[in-house]
Design a protein around this ligand. Structure first.
Ligand code: AMP
Ligand code: ZN
Length: 496
C-alpha cells in the first residue's frame, strides 16, 4: 500500500508522491527561541521526528529543514506589537542574541533528551536577512507589496483578486477584514488584513538591519518562505507545523511564495494538533504549563513522579498526530505500563534460546507476517502510530506465549522469529525513536552490583585471601562478566 497523508491544503487524504523520486523535501516551522519549549511544542516536534523517521525508514532520502525563529517574532499575529526576543532580553538583562543562544541550546538539549533526530539543515532567521529582503523586493516588483514610511506590507486584497488568500485555512477575507477593522495601530496599512513584510525600527529597537527601506527588521511570516525556497526550492514536498500556525502564518507563507514566484511552496501541508493537560490548554497563568524536563524529574505539583522521556513520547504516539490530545497523570501511568510491556517483549525475544522449526513456514509465521504488514499499512495510512502500537502489542503477546510455553518452539520458524524481532525493533526504535530506558536503568544497576563485587575482591586481595578473590573473578567469568586489571590499579568489567 502506498503512503497516504492528510493534506490540509486539499482537505483530503492523498497518495504521497514525491517531486523527485526517492527524495523528500520536508520543512517544519521551528521554535521561537525566547523561552523554554513547553511540552506542547515537544509533541509537535516529536511528531515530525516520527514522520521524518518513517519517511527515512521507507527509503526516502529526506532533506529536513527546521528553522530557528530568532528575529522579528512580534506579540501580535498581524505583525504588530513587541519583539519577543527583545522583551525577554530586557527581562533577563541579556543581549537579544544571548537570549537566542540560551534558548537554542536548551531546545537542542531537550530534543536530544527526547531522542529526536536533528534536522539536516537548521537555518536561522537572522542568518537569512538578505534572502528575506530579496523576496520583499520581488513582491514589490510584482505589485503585491507596498512601502509606507520605511515599512513594507503585503497587499492581501490585491493578492486575493488574482489568487486565493484563504486557500489553506478556508478563511474568507471579507469576514477577516470585518474582524480586524477596530484594531489599533494599522493607520499605515491600506487594509487592516495586510501583514508586515518589513517593519521600520524605532531607534531603541535593538535587533535591526539595513534595508532598501531604511533600518528595520523582517516580519515573522517571511523567514519561512525565504528559507524553504532557498533550501528546498519554489515547489517542495511537505510543509509542517502545529495547527495554530495554519492561520495566519502558513496562509501568509503561501501568499508570499505565490506572490513572488507563482508557486505556493509545499505540495502537502501537514498539521499536528494541540496538547492539553488535565483538559486545559497549557498556559503559564493557569499554572499547568509543565516543561519537558519537569516530566522527567517529576518536579511539578501536578505530577506524581518523574517519567522517562520515552514514556511521554509513547503517550503522544498512542494518539494520531492530527488529533487533539489531553494528557494527565493516569495517562502517563498507563503509558509507562504499556511501554514497559513492549520493551520487556524486546528483551525476552532477544534472549530467547529456542530450537525453532527450520523445516517449513508455520501458521504462526503467517500470523507474524500479517501483523508486520498491518504495522506498515497503519503507518502508511497517514502515520497512524496508535494503530501500529496496537499491532506491536499483538506481537508482544506472541513473545510472552513463546516464553511461557503456551506456544511451542516448533510452531515458529527462524524466519518467523527474525521477523518478530525485526518488526518490534524497527517500529519501536527506528520509527518511533523510543529507548529501552528499562535496559539502560538495569545496566546502571548491573554496574552498581559489579562494583560491589569488585570492592569485595579488592578487600579479599588486601587480606591475601586469594581463594575468595579468585572465586569472585571466576564465578563472574562463568556468568559472562570479565574483570580486567587496569594500569591505574583500578578494575574494569565487560560482558563476554
Ligand atoms: P513556538 O515556538 O511557540 O512558535 O511553537 C513551536 C511549534 O509548536 C509550532 O509548530 C507550534 O504550532 C507548536 N505548538 C505550540 N503550542 C502547542 C501545543 N499546545 N500543542 C502542540 N503544538 C504546539
Ligand atoms: Zn514558519
Amino acid at each position: 500500500m502506498p503512503l497516504k497523508v492528510y493534506n490540509t491544503l486539499t482537505r483530503q487524504k492523498e497518495e504521497f508522491k514525491s517531486i523527485i523520486p526517492n527524495h523528500v523535501g520536508l520543512y517544519v516551522c521551528g521554535p521561537t527561541v525566547y523561552s523554554e519549549p513547553h511540552v506542547g511544542n515537544l509533541r509537535t516536534f516529536s511528531s515530525f521526528d516520527m514522520i521524518y523517521r518513517y519517511l527515512t525508514f521507507l527509503g526516502y532520502k529526506v532533506r529536513y529543514v527546521r528553522n530557528i525563529t530568532d528575529a522579528g517574532h512580534l506579540t501580535n499575529e498581524r505583525g504588530e506589537g513587541v519583539n519577543r526576543m527583545e522583551s525577554q532580553a530586557k527581562l533577563e538583562s541579556l543581549e537579544p542574541m544571548e537570549i537566542v543562544q540560551k534558548y537554542t541550546v536548551s531546545f537542542h538539549r531537550i530534543m536530544d533528551a527526547f531522542n529526536t533526530i536533528p534536522p539536516t539543515i537548521e537555518p536561522t532567521a537572522t542568518g537569512h536577512i538578505v534572502e528575506q529582503i530579496e523576496m520583499i523586493e520581488t513582491l514589490l516588483k510584482n505589485g503585491f507589496a507596498y512601502e509606507v514610511s520605511g515599512s513594507v506590507y503585503f497587499d492581501v486584497k490585491k493578492y486575493n483578486d488574482q489568487h486565493n488568500y484563504g486557500v489553506l485555512s478556508g478563511r474568507n477575507i471579507d469576514e477577516l477584514m470585518a474582524g480586524y477593522r477596530d484594531l489599533d495601530g494599522q493607520e499605515e496599512k491600506r487594509n487592516s488584513i495586510d501583514f508586515a513584510l518589513w517593519k521600520k525600527a524605532s531607534p531603541e529597537h535593538i535587533m535591526q538591519w539595513n534595508s532598501p527601506w531604511g533600518k528595520g527588521f523582517p516580519g515573522w511570516h517571511l523567514e519561512c518562505s525565504a528559507m524553504s525556497t532557498k533550501y528546498l526550492g519554489e515547489t517542495f514536498d511537505i510543509h509542517g507545523g502545529g495547527m495554530d500556525l495554519k492561520f495566519p502564518h502558513h496562509e501568509c507563507e503561501i501568499a508570499q511564495n505565490t506572490g513572488s514566484c507563482k508557486h505556493g511552496g509545499a505540495k502537502y501541508w501537514l498539521h499536528t494538533n494541540m496538547l492539553n493537560f488535565n483538559g486545559q490548554k497549557m498556559s503559564k497563568s493557569l499554572g499547568n504549563s509543565i516543561l519537558p524536563m519537569e516530566f522527567v524529574s517529576g518536579n511539578h505539583p501536578l505530577l506524581d513522579k518523574g517519567y522517562a522521556p520515552s514514556v511521554l513520547k509513547f503517550l503522544f504516539l498512542q494518539s494520531h498526530y492530527s488529533s487533539e490530545l489531553d494528557i494527565n497523570v493516569k495517562g502517563l501511568q498507563d503509558a509507562e505500563k504499556g511501554l514497559k510491556r513492549l520493551m520487556e517483549a524486546v528483551d525476552i525475544v532477544n534472549s530467547l534460546q529456542l530450537t525453532v522449526n527450520s523445516a517449513s513456514k508455520t501458521e504462526l509465521d503467517s500470523k507474524i507476517e500479517s501483523i508486520a504488514a498491518a504495522c506498515k499499512e497503519c503507518m502508511d495510512d497517514d502515520f497512524n502510530t496508535a494503530k501500529t502500537i496496537g499491532n506491536l502489542f499483538e506481537l508482544s503477546t506472541i513473545v510472552n506465549s513463546l516464553k511461557g510455553g503456551q506456544v511451542k518452539p516448533e510452531e515458529i520458524s527462524s524466519t518467523g522469529l527474525d521477523l518478530l524481532k525485526a518488526t518490534l525493533h524497527n517500529y519501536l526504535f527506528d520509527v518511533f525513536g523510543l529507548r529501552n530506558e528499562n535496559a539502560a536503568l538495569s545496566n546502571n544497576k548491573l554496574d552498581e552490583a559489579i562494583q560491589v563485587l569488585i570492592g569485595l575482591r579488592k578487600d579479599a586481595k588486601a587480606k591475601k585471601d586469594f581463594v575468595t578473590s579468585d572465586k569472585i573473578r571466576n564465578e563472574l567469568g562463568a556468568a559472562g562478566i570479565n574483570l580486567k586489571d587496569e594500569k591505574d590499579g583500578g578494575m574494569s568489567w565487560s560482558l563476554s
